[in-house]
Design a protein around this ligand. Sequence first.
Ligand code: SOE
Length: 380
Amino acid sequence: MSKPLNIGMIGYGFMGRAHSNGYRKVNNFFDLPYHPVLKAVCARDEAKAKEFANRWGYESVETDWRKLLERKDIDAVDICVPNNLHKEISIAAAKAGKMVLCEKPLSMDTAEGEEMCQAVEKAGVPNMVWYNYRRVPAVTMAKKLIEEGRLGRIFHYRAVFLQDWTISTDLPQGGTALWRLDAAAAGSGVTGDLLAHCIDTAIWLNGKIDTVSAMTETFIKERTHTATGKKEQVKIDDACAFLARFQNGSLATFESTRYARGHKALYTFEINGEKASIKWDLHDLHRLEYFDHKDEGKLRAWRSIHVTDAGGEHPYMDHWWVPGLQIGYEHSFVHQVADFIDGLGKGVLADPTFRTALETQRVCDAVLKSAASGAWVNVG
Ligand code: SOE
């Protein structure tokens, strides 16, 4: 019999939905020592919070996150609000003895992130950051292949995350829907929002990034701010590209933009090793492309592995349907909840913890610093 794990969710946007779906589904597919109980959702707009609670099955509603943290019936707090609130809520939640699950990026910058790490570590509370793409089975499988040494020495890492939803000059900045365009709420633009995903996956798959050289651009310089109704300077990066050197000697290019007309969420990475290469594309997320140089010459080619087999060979797939039937984006969140709870049972923290995610923050800071100065920057 599993024990209850009482969840208090703060925020109800896109990520509030993705995480709630993860909590609701996880015990249907995984045998775990705990089952999430959706105790409360917290948001300032009570009517909307109630609507969300009804739709997703939350038992109650709070309008002040401090009240949520005071509640004895909440074990874990899930932070799904804009980035500028992550630090304050995380630290208060840790002090209140709650487990803390925080949406990515961990923080506005490294200094904030360090304070957050110290708070959860001092309180000794389980913690995790929602870098969900690690748990797409094909991506987890890439990790497995690399760990088995199949790629050999790594020469290149290449990642892009392309979108096109901010091209219109009429789009305002700020507010519930568009806080990602407001530097005061988001910290940065594509660097913290999209490249953070690429960096997290890259560090996980290929190790530490040592140095970076970046350029950023803000194509639309002013947008009406939802809060003031006035045109205000846009301070986020609309696009960012950077070169990097990994500690293992490999070279990397990373690119992200919200101005790639035609692309909605094209996250791809490719890794070229001495013996083999792999490629992954979010638009075809259940496939891993693999090229193995040791294949017989006349048959040597890129293989497209449909990562949907049960039987233990394809990560997570034993828990889903029958071999050959694929799963999607939302399942990466189910997997993350499953790993978090599995870790609780075993007394280990599922990665990325706050401390692990801080490394991504360090790279993001170095990228923005390099873009501002034009110089190569050590990640440190
Ligand atoms: C932005 O549009 C966004 O929703 C990010 O915030 C998510 O982290 C990313 O996974 C998809 O795009």
